[in-house]
Design a binder for this molecule. Structure first.
Ligand SMILES: [Zn+2]
Length: 388
């Protein structure tokens, strides 16, 4: 015969079937209550509580309590967002601004090269969230004035390799920009040199495509599994479509080989509604949604990662897929982010609480074309800084 107390405990457990683990006896530090939890890493989309203990996810189940409770009813509760393409290393407070947007982990993609990487690493270490760097294959880092690859002597493979080895865990890959204004005829040679450094170290390359002199197929042929193409929805020349407007077979082949496609919204010549829409209709949905965040983007086009996510809702991507692109997919794309982008028990307690607003919202592409969407994702609270 069971006691009334045992009966009540058993009844309670029926209504709080844990999604991930058995309920432990430890007490929770914080419970996020009543939100719609979307965790694409586990295929979860339901209204449920999330408990945190010792800065880790402790349990995802119903009817949880703790001394500190965050009411998330009516809101989305998501793993902390991951933005794999920003330029947030340039300003002292840029990473902090991204954190307020819900971005607990981010990549600065190529703002610094081997000449100035040490300073970039210091900025990353001081950031309140988890900032990692892709080192530019040019010694100078991104050079908006002259183009960092206008002269191939700016590529120092030894210095780049040493910088990655010196800053293992912080410098986690290589960035190469191959647009004509950056590299001219040096696009393909620079990319090959980057791969000579990246492949033996087993780190990814992120290649900034669009308006290159070399055909895209030639550039893609240099990439290995796990490398990332950013700005795939760039206008030509040498974009993703053939002359008939069909997705180039080289792009489909690259995806089959395990090469990833990252949005990289940016401000200039990286995305138009028309190209993104046509590409997605032909199957080129993004693996990751990133902002290509720069401070100037705070007040136009980009604003924040939530706005960029909202653009893809407007383009017809399902909500869970959009969220996967900034959580589980983003964590897979960057090996240094393994184990993030999930609310699995034991994962770091990093969450973004967002509102999915309904209404009429204007979004702007890089051609300043406006479109109206009916939904907008706005971050209302961030839990955990993502600092390790
Ligand atoms: Zn960029």
């Amino acid at each position: 015969m069971i006691s009334r107390r045992e009966f009540l405990a058993a009844a309670a457990s029926l209504t709080s079937v844990p999604l991930y683990a058995k309920e432990g006896d430890g007490r929770f530090d914080l419970v996020i209550k009543g939100g719609r939890v979307i965790d694409p890493s586990r295929g979860v989309d339901r209204i449920v509580d999330v408990a945190i203990a010792r800065r880790r996810i402790a349990l995802v189940a119903s009817n949880l309590t703790a001394a500190e409770v965050v009411d998330a009813s009516g809101k989305l509760v998501l793993p902390g967002l991951i933005d794999i393409h920003t330029h947030a290393v340039r300003g002292r407070d840029d990473a902090r601004a991204c954190l307020a947007d819900g971005v607990t982990s981010l990549i600065d993609a190529g703002s610094r090269g081997s000449d100035n990487i040490d300073e970039g690493v210091e900025v990353a270490k001081r950031a309140p969230n988890r900032m990692r760097l892709l080192i530019n294959i040019s010694r100078t880092g991104n050079d908006q004035q002259n183009g960092e690859l206008n002269d191939l002597t700016k590529v120092d493979t030894t210095a780049t390799r040493k910088a990655i080895e010196r800053h293992r865990g912080v410098v986690v890959g290589i960035k190469v920009r191959v647009s004509d204004f950056v590299a001219g005829k040096n696009d393909l040679p620079a990319l090959r040199l980057a791969q000579q450094v990246a492949a033996p170290l087993n780190v990814p390359i992120m290649v900034h495509m669009g308006q290159s002199l070399s055909p895209l197929a030639d550039l893609l042929s240099v990439l290995k599994r796990g490398d990332i193409v950013t700005h795939p929805y760039s206008p030509g020349p040498n974009g993703i479509f053939d002359d008939e407007g069909r997705l180039s077979p080289a792009v489909l082949d690259a995806r089959k080989r395990g090469i990833l496609f990252d949005v990289g919204n940016g401000l200039n010549k990286h995305i138009t509604w028309d190209i993104a829409e046509r590409a997605m209709k032909q199957g080129l949905t993004p693996d990751t949604i990133s902002s290509d965040w720069v401070p100037a983007g705070r007040t136009e086009q980009i604003f924040n990662l939530g706005t960029v996510m909202s653009k893809f809702l407007m383009l017809g991507m399902p909500l869970a897929s959009v969220i996967a692109c900034v959580t589980s997919n983003a964590a897979k794309a960057i090996p240094a982010f393994k184990g993030l982008g999930t609310l699995a028990v034991g994962a770091p307690a990093e969450l973004a609480i967002m509102e999915l607003q309904q209404g009429s919202f204007e979004f702007v592409d890089n051609d300043h074309a406006k479109r109206i969407g009916s939904q907008r994702l706005v971050t209302t609270r961030v839990i955990g800084g993502g600092k390790t």
